[in-house]
Design a protein around this ligand. Structure first.
Ligand code: GTP
Ligand code: MG
Length: 200
C-alpha cells in the first residue's frame, strides 16, 4: 500500500468527543519519549504532522490522523507520564483505558518500546492488561539506530525470553527507526493485511 494522503483530523480530550466514522483505526501507545509521534511522521512521510519533542509528555490528547481517506492512525499520550500530578495522571490513564476498551473502530494497538532498555514494569503491565481485556496488540521496537547490530540482537533475544517466561506466545514484533527510515513497509503491510480481514 502506498500512502497517498495523510491529514490531521482532530485532537480529542476523550473518547466521547472523538471523530465519528466507521473506518479501521490503529493506536500508538508507549512510554513518553519512546517515539510514537516520530513514527507517525515517518509512516505518513510528513514531518511535523504529529508533534514531536525531546521533552516527555508532548502528546496530551487523543490525536486522529486519516490516511488514504480510509483508515486512521491514533497518537495517544505517553504511558505513565509522571511529570504531571497523580490526579492528572489517573485522569489520563482513564481516558486511554476508555479509548482502548470502547473504541469499536480500533483494530489493533501498537505498543512502542525503546529497544535499548530491558522490559519495563509499565510496558509489561500494559501487555497483561491488554491480554486480560482481550485487546489485540503488537510490539514495535523503536530507535534501533541507537544500537549496533550485535547489541540489537542481544536486546531483542533478551526481551523475547523475558516475555516468554509468562507468555505462551509472543505478539507480532516490528523493528523500527524513524531516524534512519527502517521498518515502515512492515508496519504498513500489517495494517493493509488487517484492513482486509475487516473487509472480508
Ligand atoms: P510523547 O508525545 O511525549 O509521549 O513522546 P513520543 O513517544 O511521541 O516521542 P517523540 O516522537 O516526540 O520522540 C521523542 C524523541 O525521540 C525526539 O527527540 C525524537 O527525535 C527521538 N526519536 C524518535 N524516534 C527516534 C528514532 O527512531 N531514532 C532516534 N535516534 N531518535 C528518535
Ligand atoms: Mg508524542
Amino acid at each position: 500500500m502506498i500512502i497517498k494522503s495523510a491529514v490531521f483530523v482532530k485532537s480529542a480530550p476523550s473518547l466521547r468527543i472523538s471523530p465519528n466514522h466507521n473506518m479501521p483505526e490503529y493506536a500508538f501507545i508507549g512510554r513518553s519519549n519512546v517515539g510514537k509521534s516520530s513514527l507517525i511522521n515517518f509512516i505518513t512521510g510528513i514531518k511535523g504532522l504529529a508533534k514531536t519533542s525531546s521533552t516527555p509528555g508532548k502528546t496530551q490528547l487523543i490525536n486522529y490522523f486519516l490516511l488514504n481517506n480510509s483508515w486512521y492512525l491514533v497518537d495517544l499520550p505517553g504511558l505513565g507520564y509522571a511529570k504531571t500530578s497523580k490526579v492528572n495522571r489517573e485522569k489520563f490513564e482513564n481516558i486511554i483505558a476508555d479509548y482502548l476498551c470502547n473504541r469499536k473502530e480500533l483494530l489493533s494497538t501498537f505498543l512502542l518500546i525503546d529497544i535499548r532498555h530491558a522490559p519495563q514494569k509499565i510496558d509489561v503491565e500494559f501487555m497483561e492488561w491488554m491480554a486480560e481485556k482481550s485487546l489485540p496488540f503488537v510490539i514495535v521496537f523503536t530507535k534501533i539506530d541507537k544500537l549496533t547490530k550485535a547489541e540489537l540482537n542481544k536486546n531483542l533475544t533478551y526481551y523475547k525470553n523475558e516475555l516468554l517466561k509468562s507468555w505462551e506466545e509472543l505478539p507480532d514484533i516490528f523493528l523500527t527507526s524513524s531516524e534512519k527510515n527502517i521498518g515502515k513497509d512492515e508496519i504498513i503491510s500489517f495494517i493493509e493485511k488487517t484492513n482486509k480481514i475487516l473487509l472480508k
